[in-house]
Write a protein that binds this ligand. Structure first.
Ligand SMILES: Cc1cc2nc3c(=O)[nH]c(=O)nc-3n(C[C@H](O)[C@H](O)[C@H](O)COP(=O)(O)OP(=O)(O)OC[C@H]3O[C@@H](n4cnc5c(N)ncnc54)[C@H](O)[C@@H]3O)c2cc1C
Length: 458
């Protein structure tokens, strides 16, 4: 084993948004400052750099709603004390369907907001409906809950830029976007001021502890050991590999998801548009010849079939900017994680065509994307139920903070707080057990989660 050169109370593998949030919470909530973050690349440089940086409290299950509410409260506190350095906005999520009576979606809202208080689901219908969409009074004045607009005429009145067949809107209000990079940077700075450290090295082996003996290799090949009483596995897509070093397996898979960003030169998306999601499944508008070609190749056959909903679009860079971002988490195929995944070359074309259904102006870019467009992506590291793993591993003293799928930016602060509280031996809220690997022992909960039709993947 590599000789030990450094000791720490807590060693955290991975300085993505989640590892940083755990370290930050240990220092700021519990005064645990002897913390070392071991990071192979740049902090915030892997999955955390690919995030769409959106947040919401819309979930099919109240535990996930509570989890993201907790995180949003922690982000708000940071926004307040830093003069909103993290650029938290609150335009909401605008969910759109062509179903004028979306009973299933309304039932899902009722389930997700259960226990959150009265009056959170507000139905609006008809000419005199009282609904105010903006955040003019500032994000702190925006109401929580959801405004549901029913009927094409009402939708058209407030959202004239959408395709005319949009028939109902669910406007999730405690939602918006933020700069995840600024959040990570702020927490890292606070951690450093408190005495926390960052080591640029790859963890290559771990001898179970406590104390854990962690073998690392620096970019110049230098090997060194770190001894730590507590080990936190926050290695993003590689949490499975770190677990394997301890002889454990985690119930996770990695699924590549992609985004497309480009300059909206034709100005087809209003600059003040909220993060807008087309919830309806659709068959992409291929010509008969294109459809036949796609169907003939097993690698593309699914694209010729009806596709799931969830195409999302939002302006990027504020009112003065010109860029827009499109995304669609339609891929479900598990893959071996790598640091630089190969992107699917047809993704830009697919997402443009799909987004054109709700935003007809976007069709102008099919086959004519501005040259500076960026197509990027990373892995959703996820459990089957799409709940995270934030809690103890089997080896005493080892913890995991991972599997934050497509919600790691929005939920990192809560994941950090829950894990830091647990490591410090503080009292934990009920949701802590449900969000940790411990839930796997709860057969009834796991069966209910696996049976859920919607899992909140976006
Ligand atoms: C396309 C896309 C869009 C997304 N959009 C959103 C969104 O809108 N809102 C939202 O909330 N979330 C979003 N997410 C999810 C979010 O980005 C992730 O959940 C989050 O970034 C995960 O953070 P992490 O710290 O767990 O992982 P990472 O950011 O991957 O960090 C893990 C770190 O561990 C390091 N590491 C791994 N192995 C080792 C080792 N052996 N030794 C040392 N270091 C190691 C890695 O280098 C890496 O820096 C999106 C994700 C993707 C891919």
């Amino acid at each position: 084993m590599t000789p030990v050169r450094e000791t720490a109370e807590v060693a955290i593998v991975g300085a993505g948004i989640v590892g940083i949030a755990v370290a930050h919470a240990l220092a700021t909530r519990h005064g645990i400052r002897d913390v070392v973050l071991v990071e192979e690349g740049e902090p915030m440089g892997l999955t955390s750099a690919q995030s769409g940086e959106n947040y919401r409290n819309w979930w099919p299950h109240p535990v996930m709603r509570e989890f993201t509410d907790l995180s949003t409260g922690l982000m708000e506190a940071i926004a307040r004390t830093t003069g909103n350095r993290i650029r938290l906005t609150r335009r909401g999520y605008v969910l759109v369907t062509r179903d004028p009576r979306p009973a299933g979606l309304l039932a899902e809202l009722e389930a997700g907001y259960a226990g959150a208080g009265a009056g959170l689901i507000r139905l609006h219908e008809g000419a005199g409906a009282a609904y105010r969409p903006g955040e003019e009074a500032g994000w702190e004045a925006v109401p929580d809950g959801v405004d549901v607009l029913l009927g094409q005429a009402l939708v058209r009145r407030h959202f004239p830029h959408l395709a005319p067949d949009a028939a109902a809107i669910l406007h999730i209000r405690r939602a918006g976007d933020l700069s995840g990079q600024a959040l990570g940077q702020y927490m890292l700075e606070t951690l450093r001021e408190a005495g926390g450290r960052l080591r640029r090295a790859r963890v290559i082996a771990i001898e179970p502890g406590p104390p854990f003996r962690i073998a690392t290799e620096a970019p110049d090949g230098t090997r060194a050991g770190i001894a730590a009483r507590v080990l936190v596995n926050a290695a993003g897509p590689f949490i499975g590999r770190i677990a394997a070093m301890l002889g454990e397996t985690l119930p996770v898979r990695n699924v590549l998801q992609q985004k497309l960003a480009f300059e909206d030169r034709a100005g087809v998306i209003p600059r003040d548009m909220a993060f807008t999601i087309d919830l309806d499944p659709q068959s992409l508008p291929w010509t008969a010849e294109e459809r036949a070609l796609l169907a003939a190749d097993p690698a593309t056959a699914a694209l010729a079939q009806p596709m799931p909903g969830g195409i999302h679009c939002r302006p990027e860079g504020g009112p003065g900017g010109r860029w827009i971002k499109l995304g669609w988490a339609y891929n479900h195929a598990a893959a071996e994680p790598v640091r630089a995944p190969a992107l699917l070359p047809h993704f830009p074309d697919i997402v443009l065509r799909a987004a054109s259904r709700l935003h007809p102006g976007v069709a102008a870019y099919v086959g004519r994307l501005p040259r500076a467009a960026t197509h990027y992506g990373g892995f959703y590291t996820m459990t089957e139920e799409n709940w995270p793993l934030v809690g103890p591993m089997r080896c005493p003293g080892a913890y995991v903070a991972g599997a934050l799928s497509g919600f790691g930016t929005m939920a990192a602060c809560a994941a950090g707080a829950l894990l830091a509280d647990r490591i410090a031996g503080a009292a934990l809220p009920a949701l802590a057990a449900a969000l940790s690997p411990e839930r796997q022992a709860d057969a009834a909960l796991m069966a209910a989660l696996r049976g859920q039709a919607a899992k909140g993947v976006l």
